[in-house]
Design a protein around this ligand. Structure first.
Ligand SMILES: Nc1ncnc2c1ncn2[C@@H]1O[C@H](COP(=O)(O)OP(=O)(O)OP(=O)(O)O)[C@@H](O)[C@H]1O
Length: 351
């Protein structure tokens, strides 16, 4: 079942929280909505689900306009961050619930329900836990029950709102792989809301970056990471060092630092440059205007990557640099030492 979100806008008390959102999700795709807190991700999900009405625009499922359709007609499955499982029901009964409450005419038989719940327990790898109660499970196991419960009704669309948000980092990571595998096997069109970029990039087929109720970029994780459309996206995904300066005749200038700015304009404009922490070459002596003199303020040398915090000698801005352990040992770097750093890859935007 494909999803089309056409020109969707929504305001609460004259505060515009979604602004002309357009997005098409083909059948079977897993899309992550990624954005800072308050950017409108949950509101968009609620509009797709039918829990909220848009002020303008349409929600179309597989060619059918369901903008005004009741949530029940949309056949969506939900998983939320704190999905309240029924505490007084076993895992088995929690998963069976959505099937048992169906009207008699379309309710499966007891044997069918059992077969289905057993299959779902296998799918979410919780076969031995059917008789347990939610309080006897870990947080990660509970979220897997919540997913099995959402899938039991065979939803046409699965909506996940920060489903792993309340879990610790290690469990989150395990569940990401697991969700990816699960999605490969059930292939239900899914929208996954998160503010964790690593999670979005690992799980999703495509990532939608949202800020202030507007879509900033849509693309595969590779497209978004390697070709951020604008300064917001660059800054938001992964750590980045920011340079603020001017673009004059194809050159970006920030203090004593200069680099080429491949921007089609002869007009002087303000510019922003971004460099990922691992895109620097370290030199002991300055090799030209493309290199920046800095002083090492802090060295964090645990693990295979060494993190350096350095301060620019001209502007005193702090930059973060990552180099591998071999290079670090070879250069014999020390705190307070002055070195020169040369960006290998700079992304410049005219602003
Ligand atoms: N029912 C409501 N009434 C008024 N304002 C609301 C309502 N629901 C959401 N908002 C506002 O809309 C904006 C977007 O909220 P939303 O929950 O969609 O953001 P989000 O991106 O999901 O954030 P988070 O990551 O923190 O969950 C916020 O400023 C929020 O305060």
């Amino acid at each position: 079942m494909s999803i089309e979100i056409n020109h969707v806008s929504k305001a609460f008390d004259s505060f515009q929280i979604l602004n002309d959102i357009n997005l098409t999700i083909p059948t079977g795709e897993l899309v992550a909505l990624l954005g800072p807190s308050g950017s409108g991700k949950t509101s968009l999900l609620r509009i797709v689900a039918g829990l909220e009405q848009p002020d303008n625009g349409q929600i179309v499922f597989h060619g059918q306009d369901l903008t005004n359709a009741h949530i029940k007609e949309r056949q969506v499955g939900f998983v939320f961050q704190h999905y309240a499982l029924f505490q007084n029901m076993t895992v088995f009964n929690n998963i069976a619930y959505g099937l048992r409450v169906r009207p008699r005419k379309i309710r499966p038989s007891r044997a069918e329900i059992k077969a289905k719940v057993d299959k779902l327990l296998r799918l979410v790898r919780l076969e031995p836990f059917g008789k347990r109660y939610p309080s006897q499970l870990s947080g990660g196991q509970r979220q897997r029950v919540a997913l099995a419960r959402a899938l039991a009704i065979e939803p046409k669309i699965l909506l996940l709102d920060e489903p792993f948000g309340a879990l610790d980092a290690k469990v989150r990571k395990e569940l990401r792989y697991w969700l990816r595998e699960l999605h490969e096997s059930v292939k239900v069109t899914s929208i996954f809301v998160t503010h964790d970029q690593e999670e979005a990039f690992e799980v999703a087929d495509r990532v939608v970056i949202i800020q202030n109720g507007k879509i900033e970029q849509v693309g595969t994780p590779e497209q978004v990471y390697n070709h951020p459309a604008n300064p917001f996206v660059y800054d938001f995904i992964g750590s980045a060092n920011k340079f603020e300066g001017k673009i004059i005749n194809g050159t970006f200038i920030d203090g004593s630092f200069e680099t080429e700015a491949p921007i089609d304009s002869n007009i002087e404009s303000a510019g922003l440059g971004f460099v990922r922490p691992y895109h620097f070459v370290i030199e002991k002596d300055r090799s030209g205007k493309y290199s920046i003199p800095v002083q090492i303020k802090h060295i964090h040398a645990v693990g295979p990557t060494v993190h350096l915090e350095v301060e620019r000698s001209d502007s005193h801005n702090v930059l973060n640099i990552e180099i591998n352990w071999e290079e670090f040992s070879l250069l014999n770097l020390k705190k307070d030492q002055t070195i020169h750093i040369k960006p290998k890859k700079v992304q410049i935007f005219a602003v």
